[in-house]
Design a binder for this molecule. Structure first.
Ligand SMILES: Nc1nc2c(ncn2[C@@H]2O[C@H](COP(=O)(O)OP(=O)(O)OP(=O)(O)O)[C@@H](O)[C@H]2O)c(=O)[nH]1
Ligand SMILES: [Mg+2]
Length: 346
């Protein structure tokens, strides 16, 4: 029993009414097309859903228990009552708090939103001390590009004032843009227990393939779990870390080799593959298995790594070129090692 509790990662999803909480749950975990989220009805009380998530096969896999909480005043007051706090905020691995970017009033976040936010932070700190908090300023697609950073900054000012010294990380997001995957990949990585072991082993695979970049994606969501690539500074466009200590695990998740491509290339890949999988599901009953490409600039192999992950290997065009078949063979040789690492993770 104790073991099961430990392997369940509770994630609380809270925030303003209609800000897009259930939509992101549907897009990330159920592969719903963003255009179809308008059909979702408003959440009542809370919807608790368990997803099998990055780990060993069958019963050994950890579950991500997502608590999508309604935001109407009556419901929030009930979560904040003594009994409600003990139910909703206890044993949480993290809280994600969502605001809608367009809801600024005279250039400021509404007072009531900020009041609920700080009361939820207090409840979380009481019931689950040390749980990291992610704030998502959602629906960024509705703001003109030239205005995005200014509106984001206006929310940051309000969020920081409400949070005081409490550490948190803020992202500007949209279900229509790759920003959603950037934020959720960061969230997912704090839930993977042995991310530095995974990255170390990924580096070894990367070297054996002469790869420029090697990346592990979680199988269902296609969120980035670990990568072996250039140690780039994280882009601060629509992202702010407030009092968050330097994260060793996160830095270990990024093993350095050489520099390539735009900084958001992995989120773009996540979005492309999810769209591709959705399209192929509509036209065929076969599931997506692998992708191999050999073009002038590079060789790319995307293969199933374990029961709950894919690996993407990109090798350079420098001679002697490594063939996609040789990369696939190297992947097959490390598969058992990665299965073991995931099973061993607590
Ligand atoms: N333009 C835009 N619309 C979005 C985005 N995210 C969600 N929406 C839309 O916002 C509406 C409300 O989304 P929901 O996901 O139901 O919002 P919620 O936060 O779960 O709302 P409650 O359950 O009532 O608290 C839907 O029509 C979504 O299609 C986004 O990033 N951009
Ligand atoms: Mg909802």
């Amino acid at each position: 029993m104790e073991r099961n509790v430990k392997r369940e990662k509770k994630v609380i999803l809270m925030g303003d009414a209609g800000s897009g909480k259930s939509s992101m749950r549907a897009v990330i975990f159920k592969n719903t097309l963003p255009d179809l989220t308008y059909r979702l009805s408003s959440t009542h009380s809370y919807e608790r859903e368990n997803f099998r998530f990055f780990g060993g096969p069958n019963s050994n896999a950890p579950t991500l228990s997502l608590w999508d909480c309604a935001s109407q005043r009556g419901f929030v007051e009930s979560y904040l009552s003594e009994d409600g706090q003990a139910t909703v905020f206890a044993h949480a691995s993290t809280m994600i708090y969502v605001f809608e970017v367009t809801k600024l009033v005279n250039g400021r976040p509404p007072e009531m939103s900020m009041d609920y936010f700080s009361r939820c932070l207090e409840a979380l700190d009481r019931q689950s001390p040390g749980a990291p908090v992610f704030v998502l300023i959602q629906k960024m697609d509705l703001v003109q590009p030239a205005q995005k950073q200014a509106d984001f900054d206006a929310w940051i000012t309000g969020v920081k004032a409400a949070a005081g010294d409490r550490p948190l990380t803020v992202y500007g997001t949209s279900i229509y843009e790759d920003t959603l995957y950037r934020a959720w990949s960061a969230i997912i990585r704090i839930l993977v227990p042995n991310v530095s072991d995974l990255s170390r082993n990924l580096s070894i695979l990367s070297k054996s393939c002469g790869a420029i970049e090697t990346v592990i994606f979680e199988k269902n969501t296609f969120l980035l779990v670990a990568k072996s690539t250039v140690d780039e500074p994280e882009s601060d466009f629509l992202m702010v870390k407030h009092n968050v200590p330097d994260d060793q695990e996160e830095r270990h998740a990024i093993q350095s080799t050489k520099s390539h491509g735009p900084i958001n290339r992995f989120e773009v890949i996540t979005k492309l593959i999810k769209t591709f999988k959705n399209d192929s599901r509509r036209h065929s009953s076969e599931t997506f298995e692998s992708l191999r490409m050999e073009i002038a600039d590079f060789t790319l192999v995307l293969e199933s790594l374990t029961a709950t992950s894919y690996v993407l290997v990109i090798a350079s065009n420098e001679e002697p070129r490594i063939s996609p078949e040789a990369i696939a063979l190297n992947i097959s040789m490390v598969r058992a090692r990665f299965e073991q690492l995931q099973i061993a993770a607590k």
